[in-house]
Design a protein around this ligand. Sequence first.
Ligand code: ADP
Ligand code: ADP
Length: 229
Amino acid sequence: MVELALDGVTKRYDDAQGTETAVSDFSLTVEDELLVLLGPSGCGKTTTLRMIAGLETVTDGAIRIDGRDVTGLAPSDRSIAMVFQDYGLYTMMSVRENMAYGLKHSTDLSAAEREARVEEMAEMFDIAGLLDRSVTDLSGGQKQRVSLGRAMVREPDVFLLDEPLASLDAKLRSEMRTELQRLQSELDITTVYVTHDQKEAMTMADRIAVLDDGVLQQAGPPDRVYADP
Ligand code: ADP
Ligand code: ADP
């Protein structure tokens, strides 16, 4: 049971052109569910995820995990894993090394425990046969499986996905959707999933939060968000 809470989260960028408010007074609680953050390009989805991950500072408001304020913490001090559209794998490393890298900050684990976690996640994502391959030899779908495995090997409290299927072709995308849904129901994890694709949101989400121009418009189950007015 993990609760992620955004409390009045605001992000302003200041540059030569002036001030841009990317996210404005965003409050929402996510708990043991897959929440889809949906909205058009530029509405503040990625900025929101990056603030949750600690990759971007918060201008105003707070982010809490199980009541603990993580707003000022470094990414490695938050129990969060993030997966990106373009995989973000280390091309000089094997699949096994990429996955083990996810455990770099888990200094309490022995080498044998690390190895066991990597193999368990490789089984879960169906890449056990690829562990000693170079990631550059893999297909797009295989790369995204490695990237999911690397994220999950940390056993994060919160799982963040930024358009994770956008680089895949339609067939793979539909396969991976099914896999992610299975994972979500098996692990019962707290997940925030960003997409601009309404169809994807409808099939994946326990709840959908609709963002427009940095402002939360509504949040609810897919059938309520898209019910006829
Ligand atoms: P989305 O992920 O929904 O496409 P973003 O979170 O990437 O939206 O961007 C939200 C807004 O913030 C956009 O107007 C974008 O131009 C602006 N923005 C994002 N990153 C920066 C930055 N580093 N500096 C200035 N403005 C930015
Ligand atoms: P280091 O401690 O050497 O900086 P990290 O693994 O902490 O290595 O981070 C490497 C880079 O990966 C960071 O600069 C950050 O951009 C990104 N990063 C770190 N933690 C996360 C995370 N939980 N989710 C997404 N990206 C992350």
